[in-house]
Design a protein around this ligand. Structure first.
Ligand SMILES: *Cc1c(COP(=O)(O)O)cnc(C)c1O
Length: 472
């Protein structure tokens, strides 16, 4: 492709993306294709001769686009949001254009130093203790794996690699914790049998007394407590674990405290939401995802540690071919995580923070919180529905009620309700289970979502509920 063609298609694609952002509300939120539909339309073997971009782009529109689920749709209320934004998209374009591989300082000094600066900005923006240091990881799953690996090294005095020389190490988190912890425990070699799920209270938050009991029990049996994960915003219900009390237990028993604030961490941009991080002076590491609710394209996960030396000692490697004269003076982020090669992720974060300003980001998040409270009030006022968990940030957990119905019946009617809601194609919500109760989740947090979209969603939910209640 020559320069003129590159420019032609570049402008065309930017136009296409700009129109897409404007028109995304017109498409069914969830892709309507069936398994295999897309594959069937694609050739089984690669083209021998190069093809013209016109044809490739036409196939993108005809074959690929119908198989896209529209995460940026204003009526996306499923899972958690994965927001992009115009400044982030433009930065991604520049990143792709530079094509820099930012494994060490020398392979792009600006990438290393900008990452240092934006992570320091982020730390200030969510009010983390000044003595923490940040690094960008691809995802929260990876950040939590880094915490597991560092905690393992610290618990074994950096002897974890010596076969047979270690006692079993245990990991603790509430029963509501994200599944990435179990995955990490498997990868890091703790063994699933040493993952302790601690029970939660009526608000789905970890009960500190139960944590302490579990730790004491393990110590008595010769098992060493290595890591506790506190959740600030669980995936099912955005429950908030009591950080201060958990932190005290961790200090007392000398256990690594990792905080998973993947989604809800962004709410700490707001002073009025900072309470949830009270006790942050006692944490060893924390992760939150600008790629969820801070309008930065996936992937971009912010991982903060109290003591970067632990992180670096866990991951550092010194092969001859990577040694440089500046190693003592700079940060070589290859030693701050699992991967060697790294994308230039700091750029999009920088663009987003500068383009919106802290104030602009706060306003967007505050509006989502307001919409969630509004939706919650409608659910509460309607005798046919009930709220199933506190609305701590912008997720509302609810279900349809029915007088005299058993738990099984309630599950059935709510499953049916959710199916009927989603099959309209106009909105997309997902479900979870809270202490055995089938729960519909209304997760508000897409940049384009406005009050009208929440109003429309509630209208659809009520209509579909009426149909179900009318039938049974
Ligand atoms: C989304 C989420 C994760 C996983 O995030 P990835 O970045 O996709 O790995 C982990 N924990 C919580 C609480 C989450 O909300």
């Amino acid at each position: 492709m020559d320069k003129e063609a590159f420019k032609k298609y570049g402008y065309e694609f930017v136009d296409w993306v700009a129109d897409y952002m404007d028109e995304v509300h017109k498409y069914p939120v969830k892709s309507q294709v069936n398994p295999g539909d897309i594959k069937e339309k694609l050739p089984g073997s690669p083209p021998h001769e190069g093809e013209p971009m016109d044809r490739i782009f036409a196939d993108f529109k005809d074959i690929i686009f119908p198989g896209i689920t529209h995460w940026q749709h204003p009526s996306w209320f499923a899972y958690f949001p994965a927001n992009n934004s115009p400044p982030s998209i433009l930065a991604e374009l520049l990143t792709a254009g530079l094509g820099a591989q930012c494994m060490i300082w020398q392979t792009s000094p600006a990438a290393a130093e900008l990452e240092e600066v934006v992570m320091d900005w982020l730390k200030q923006m969510i009010g983390l203790p000044e003595d923490m240091t940040g690094v960008i990881q691809d995802t929260a799953s990876t950040a939590t794996l880094c915490a597991l690996l560092s905690a393992r090294e610290v618990a074994t005095n950096f002897q974890a690699n010596i076969k047979g020389a270690r006692m079993p190490l245990a990991v603790y988190a509430s029963e509501e914790t994200h599944s990435s912890l179990e995955k990490g425990v498997k990868i890091a070699g703790y063994g699933k049998e040493y993952l302790r799920y601690i029970s939660t209270d009526e608000n789905f938050a970890l009960i500190p007394e139960k944590l302490e009991e579990a730790i004491q029990k393990d110590i008595k049996q010769g098992i060493k407590p290595a890591l506790v994960v506190a959740n600030i915003g669980t995936t099912s219900s955005t429950a908030i674990d009591p950080l201060e009390a958990i932190g005290e237990i961790c200090k007392h028993y000398n256990v690594w405290l990792h905080v998973d604030a993947a989604f809800a961490g962004t709410a700490a941009l707001l002073l009025e939401k900072r309470d949830m991080l009270k006790g942050a002076d006692k944490i060893d590491s924390l992760v939150f995802n600008p790629h969820k609710w801070m309008f930065t394209n996936f992937d971009c996960s912010a991982y903060f540690v109290k003591n970067p030396e632990h992180l670096v000692r866990t991951f550092e490697i010194h092969p001859e071919y990577l040694k440089t004269g500046q190693d003592a003076k700079v940060k070589n982020y290859r030693d701050w995580g699992i991967q060697l090669g790294r994308r230039f992720r700091a750029l999009k974060l920088w663009f987003v923070i500068r383009s919106y300003g802290v104030k602009g980001l706060q306003e967007m998040v505050r509006e989502h919180l307001r919409l969630a409270q509004l939706f919650k009030s409608w659910v509460e006022e309607d005798e046919h529905f009930e709220i199933l968990a506190p609305v701590n940030v912008s997720l509302v957990c609810f279900r349809l009620k029915k007088a005299g119905a058993s738990e099984e019946e309630l599950t059935d009617i709510n499953k049916k309700l959710l199916d009927n809601i989603n099959s309209t194609g106009k909105v997309f919500l997902t479900h979870t289970s809270l202490k055995g109760k089938y729960t519909i989740r209304m997760a508000i947090g897409v940049r384009a979502t406005q009050e009208a979209h929440v109003v429309e969603a509630w209208k659809i939910i009520k209509e579909k509920a009426q149909e179900i209640l009318g039938q049974s």
